[in-house]
Design a binder for this molecule. Structure first.
Ligand SMILES: [Zn+2]
Length: 402
């Protein structure tokens, strides 16, 4: 099957070509060669993008299909229990109508540590075997066995939670710096990147001291009136650590009205399954609300961008909020509010996560790469919200019926 998208604006993951032809040959992008094609699509007035990569999600049944509807062709899961992970992997491998998946498997946390408290939150029982007790790390001596178990599960990277109760609002057991360092070392020895959940400056410093490769959130606690966020950003940039933005996550857990804008957008709403339209509200009883959280997170993202630290678009999507797929179209808007140009926000959702997660077969539009593509109406390199006007999606060359 050969498909030619003709006369289309191309954002290739790094830069924009105002008008070009893009050839999809089977599962791959190919150099247009002038030979006959099976399908020709008029790209005028439209933009083709690499498939979006959400660099922080949690996958449950149905989520990968919903993600693809919104042009998210790859999800990087940051905590998934073994039976659910095996099922989601099978779905991603066997079906062409779902996003592809990478996962950390079970994250490393102290016994009773974050996010154990969420497993008991309201609404979680409906998620069946995707929630429940999981293996934890009591001391540094257990780090190697924990990482070995993740490798056996097929984890693609290690996730480490460093959170003594900031997200839960009540004190929780937390991994000590020595345990975090042992986990990072064990991950590196096993050839895995180590990515830390930390949402405060203090916890992020523990992660940086331990030599993590990435942070799964920006911090939200730096005072805009002092230089703490800039100091932290400078250290992150100097260490070559990437940061997943998750600004829409901070909107969700703080009950910020900003996220409602997305749900009012008919381009988003019309594509959401019925249950997801009402699932947009988190159970805020189960999570503390920090009214300043979004401003603090935006402040941190601005500092990181100024410092030149790699920012990867990610939502922390769950079955609640942010929503799989849809949330990325809010995340990119928030990245522009943090000072990224629309092109930089699009790169943060495509080529940048592909590079930092070693996904060399995707994230850009170039001959030989996977034909994971999104065709949108208009020009998101000028108006970032144009990503919401999805006209077509290809996953590994398979065109999704619209
Ligand atoms: Zn998460």
């Amino acid at each position: 099957m050969r498909t030619l998208i003709r006369d289309v604006r191309v954002f290739d993951g790094e830069r924009t070509v105002p008008r070009a032809d893009v050839l999809i040959d089977g599962a791959l992008i190919a150099e247009p060669d002038g030979r006959p094609v099976d399908v020709e699509i008029d790209g005028s007035g439209r933009t083709v993008l690499p498939g979006l990569i959400d660099a922080h999600t949690h996958v449950f049944d149905g989520d990968l299909a919903q993600a693809l509807t919104f042009g998210v062709t790859t999800e990087l899961d940051m905590f998934c229990l073994p039976r659910n992970l095996a099922r989601q992997r099978r779905i991603a491998a066997e079906r062409d109508d779902v996003a592809d998946l990478r996962s950390a498997g079970v994250l490393a946390t102290a016994p009773g540590g974050h996010p154990s408290q969420l497993m008991a939150a309201e609404g979680m029982a409906a998620l069946g075997d995707a929630v429940g007790p999981f293996e934890t790390v009591a001391d540094a001596g257990q780090a190697r066995a924990f990482v070995a178990a993740r490798l056996a599960e097929g984890a693609d990277y290690l996730k480490i939670a460093i959170d003594g109760g900031t997200v839960s609002g009540t004190p929780l057991p937390v991994l000590g710096p020595d345990v975090v360092a042992a986990l990072v070392e064990a991950a590196h020895d096993a050839g895995l990147q180590a990515i830390a959940h930390a949402v405060t400056t203090k916890d992020a410093l523990v992660a940086l001291d331990a030599g993590v490769d990435g942070l799964a959130h920006v911090c939200f606690d730096a005072d805009p009136l002092d230089s703490a966020a800039d100091d932290l950003a400078a250290r992150i940039a100097a260490q070559g650590v990437f940061v997943v933005s998750t600004l829409s996550y901070f909107e969700a857990i703080t009950g910020s009205p900003g996220g409602a804008e997305l749900m009012r957008d008919e381009r988003i709403r019309s594509r959401l399954p019925e249950h997801a339209r009402t699932a947009g509200d988190r159970d805020t009883d189960a999570l503390p609300v920090y009214s300043e959280g979004v401003a603090g997170a935006l402040h941190a993202a601005r500092a990181l961008h100024r410092a030149g630290a790699p920012l990867l678009a990610g939502t922390d999507a769950t079955p609640f909020a942010p929503l799989h797929g849809a949330g990325m179209h809010r995340e990119m808007v928030l990245l522009t509010e943090a000072g990224l140009t629309p092109e930089e926000a699009l790169a943060a959702a495509t080529a940048v996560p592909a590079r930092w997660f070693g996904l060399t077969d995707r994230g850009r539009i170039a001959p030989g790469l996977r034909a994971d593509l999104v065709l949108v109406e208009g020009d998101p390199t000028g108006d970032i919200t144009a990503t919401r006007a999805v006209a077509d999606v290809w996953r590994r060359g398979v065109r999704q019926s619209r």
